[in-house]
Design a protein around this ligand. Structure first.
Ligand SMILES: [Zn+2]
Length: 136
C-alpha cells in the first residue's frame, strides 16, 4: 500500500493543470516500511519532451534531486507524470520505458473533470495497480 499526503497530491494536480496540455512529471521520495510505501516529498521536474503524450526527465535535474533526497535521508521511490487526455494507467510507452520493477509509477489523469491518481508497479511489460491512500 502507498500513503501520500493531501498536500503532495494537491501540488501534483496544480502542476499538471499549469502544464496542461503538456504532460508534467516529477520524482517522489519517502520511506519504505515492509509493505507500506510512504511518499513524503515530491519534486516537480521539467518534461524535456514538452509533449502531451510522453515525458522525459532532465538528467541534470534528476542528479540534483537524487542528491537532495539522499541528503535528507529519504529514499527515491519512483516518478509521477500526468496524462492530460488519457486514463490513469500506463501507456505502451510508459511500460516500455519502465526500468525498475521496484519503482512506483504514479499517474494523474486529467481526462475527466475530477483528476484521478493511481500508482503502479511495472515489470516484464505488465503493470499492477498498488492501493493508494491519501491522508489529510
Ligand atoms: Zn504516461
Amino acid at each position: 500500500m502507498i500513503k501520500i499526503s493531501r498536500t503532495c497530491v494537491n501540488r501534483i494536480i496544480k502542476q499538471a493543470k499549469e502544464h496542461f496540455p503538456i504532460e508534467c512529471c516529477g520524482i517522489m521520495a519517502g520511506k519504505v516500511n515492509g509493505e507500506l510505501i510512504e511518499i513524503t516529498e515530491i519534486f516537480p521536474m521539467t518534461n524535456v519532451d514538452r509533449s502531451p503524450e510522453h515525458f522525459s526527465l532532465d538528467p541534470q535535474e534528476q542528479f540534483e534531486v537524487y542528491y537532495t533526497i539522499r541528503e535528507k535521508g529519504l529514499k527515491m521511490l519512483g516518478n509521477y507524470h500526468s496524462h492530460p487526455h488519457t486514463p490513469a494507467r500506463p501507456s505502451r510507452e510508459d511500460i516500455r520505458l519502465a526500468y525498475d520493477p521496484k519503482a512506483v509509477y504514479m499517474i494523474l489523469s486529467l481526462q475527466e473533470a475530477a483528476p484521478r491518481l493511481k500508482c503502479f508497479h511495472i515489470e516484464n511489460g505488465e503493470y499492477s495497480e498498488i492501493p493508494l491512500v491519501v491522508e489529510d
